[in-house]
Design a protein around this ligand. Structure first.
Ligand SMILES: Cc1cc2nc3c(=O)[nH]c(=O)nc-3n(C[C@H](O)[C@H](O)[C@H](O)COP(=O)(O)O)c2cc1C
Length: 201
């Protein structure tokens, strides 16, 4: 199913079309497409080009690695993400490699990398759904993540499924409209809370 963004002007198509479905087809993702997602991550910008992202990936054919990631998700996410053929968990370095000082942009840069990936995925026919709902301690332990990295986000990736394949209790969520704040609520000029006049232009 498609739920394109309603916008004042047209957007770059994969941005317009991207959304976070819970219905996935279990069809595997071709290796070349997976590599294109990794490259999209790799070529994201980052503060001092530190590339603070470290990303775990597992495909459903590799039951052990896939189970590791799936087990880290909260039950509400496992309920739908377990059908996606690819799972990822992204972590962020909390320190700059260059001087050991705290890197407050680490989570920001991981977000850039993941959105780069989401747009690349969308442009090759895949869908993505990011998740905060996973057990951080379990993830740290299972994946042996060192202390100076912070588990940030889990992601389900695959081809779109159909609403009918979802259990009945999940269908409404899939078909309900997407919503956003208005431009005036988030784009300011001059002072916090003052909508930019450019919005009306
Ligand atoms: C960092 C992050 C964490 C999220 N966590 C979850 C989650 O645990 N479970 C879930 O179903 N959706 C999760 N989402 C999806 C958001 O709910 C979704 O992106 C938001 O409602 C906007 O919808 P859209 O992506 O379809 O535009 C998360 C998204 C992001 C970016």
């Amino acid at each position: 199913m498609q739920k394109p963004a309603e916008t004042a002007v047209p957007l770059h198509e994969p941005i317009q079309e991207r959304w976070s479905p819970i219905a996935f087809d279990s069809k595997p993702v071709e290796p070349d497409k997976l590599i294109s997602l990794f490259e999209a991550i790799r070529w994201a910008p980052s503060c001092f080009n530190e590339q603070p992202w470290r990303i775990f990936v597992a495909i459903s054919e590799d039951a052990e690695s896939y189970g590791q990631l799936l087990d880290c998700l909260v039950e509400a996410n496992q309920a739908w993400a377990g059908k996606a053929p690819v799972l990822m968990i992204a972590s962020a370095s909390t320190k700059f490699a260059r001087n050991g000082k705290p890197n407050r942009h680490g989570p920001h840069d991981v977000g850039l990398a993941l959105q780069n990936m989401a747009i690349q995925a969308q442009s090759v026919g895949l869908v993505t759904h990011m998740m905060a709902g996973f057990d951080i301690q379990k993830t740290r332990h299972t994946l042996q993540i060192p202390e100076d990295y912070e588990p940030m986000t889990a992601i389900a990736i695959g081809y779109p499924g159909t609403v009918e394949d979802l259990p009945e209790g999940m269908r409404e969520r899939e078909t309900s409209p997407r919503s956003r704040k208005s431009l005036g609520e988030v784009i300011f000029t001059g002072a916090f809370g003052t909508s930019s006049p450019l919005i009306e232009a």
